[in-house]
Design a protein around this ligand. Structure first.
Ligand SMILES: Nc1ncnc2c1ncn2[C@@H]1O[C@H](COP(=O)(O)OP(=O)(O)OP(=O)(O)O)[C@@H](O)[C@H]1O
Ligand SMILES: [Mg+2]
Length: 261
């Protein structure tokens, strides 16, 4: 199953991604967690100790690899380069195993370098297409609010886009914008995850606006999540209620899909 996670800044995308990836791994599933955020901290959120084990270099920064695969130097916009470079060995070569799951840091597309017309973007887009279209494990993609990563062909292979929403008008508006963008890209299914909920009343008000049947999970506000973030550890150990919500969400996704990936 291929899951993309989006939503307004700071709503809890990385937290959800980490909880799901850890829970799937605990259940013995093969899972690949992808950090596609330039300032991402998914590694720490799944339990990777960056201070001890070192920073994971994002794919987009691997200059020699980009040149080897595309035939052009990163940053060169005018030259010829391969648009669909070989990428099917990259997970095996560059993913890091953390708590039974595999983690990969891609970084973001270089928009400033002329949109899609540069070698590093060609490599990254090709890699994301490979992840979404060709692999058969659970892939969970932690994205920014935009969809620059997904071309139309890639987006169609996303099983579900989970849009994280926190109680607040701005988060809801962003979620609605993301949904309409997702429709244009032909993403099959969109589900909202309400996070940082303080009360049932808040939950109801959000459901009234977004539609009860669009809401796939609700995660309570949990001070321990902030503690985990502060200490650079995984919320999976520290937040049992959120862990339980992620477990239920995974069950629901599996039932909906009628599959045990
Ligand atoms: N349910 C929750 N209760 C309380 N705090 C939470 C909850 N979920 C996430 N947080 C906290 O909110 C902050 C933002 O969470 P997170 O980094 O997961 O969001 P994000 O959407 O990935 O942010 P960004 O847009 O910066 O990537 C973190 O400090 C995190 O610990
Ligand atoms: Mg994040």
């Amino acid at each position: 199953m291929k899951i993309a996670i989006s939503g307004k800044g700071g709503v809890g995308k990385t937290t959800l991604c980490a909880l799901m990836a850890r829970e799937l791994s605990k259940q013995g599933r093969r899972v690949l967690a992808i950090d596609a955020d330039p300032n991402g901290n998914l590694a720490e959120a799944v339990g990777y100790d960056e201070e001890k084990s070192g920073r994971i270099e994002p794919l987009i920064e691997k200059k020699a690899l980009i040149e080897e695969r595309t035939g052009a130097k990163p940053g060169s916009t005018g030259s010829y380069f391969v648009l669909n470079p070989k990428v099917d060995d990259l997970v095996e070569r560059f993913s890091v195993e953390v708590n039974g799951l595999r983690l990969m840091v891609t970084g973001e597309l270089k928009e400033a370098l002329g949109g899609c017309y540069c070698p590093e973007n060609a490599l990254l887009r090709s890699f994301l297409r490979h992840l979404m279209v060709e692999r058969d494990e659970w892939v969970i993609l932690d994205m920014e609010a935009g969809f620059e990563h997904l071309t139309r062909g890639t987006a169609e292979s996303v099983s579900i886009l989970l849009v994280v929403v926190e109680p607040g008008l701005r988060a809801m508006k962003t979620a609605e914008k993301i949904t309409s963008l997702a429709r244009q890209l032909h993403i099959q299914k969109v589900g909202y995850i309400i996070n940082k909920v303080h009360s049932e009343g808040q939950n109801r008000r959000i459901a009234d606006r977004l539609g009860q049947d669009t809401i796939w999970a609700m995660m309570p506000f949990d001070f321990q999540a902030l503690e985990a973030d502060l200490s650079g550890t995984s919320p999976y150990e520290q937040c049992p209620d959120m862990r339980e919500a992620a477990r239920e969400l995974i069950g629901k996704l599996q039932r909906e899909q009628g599959q045990e990936v």
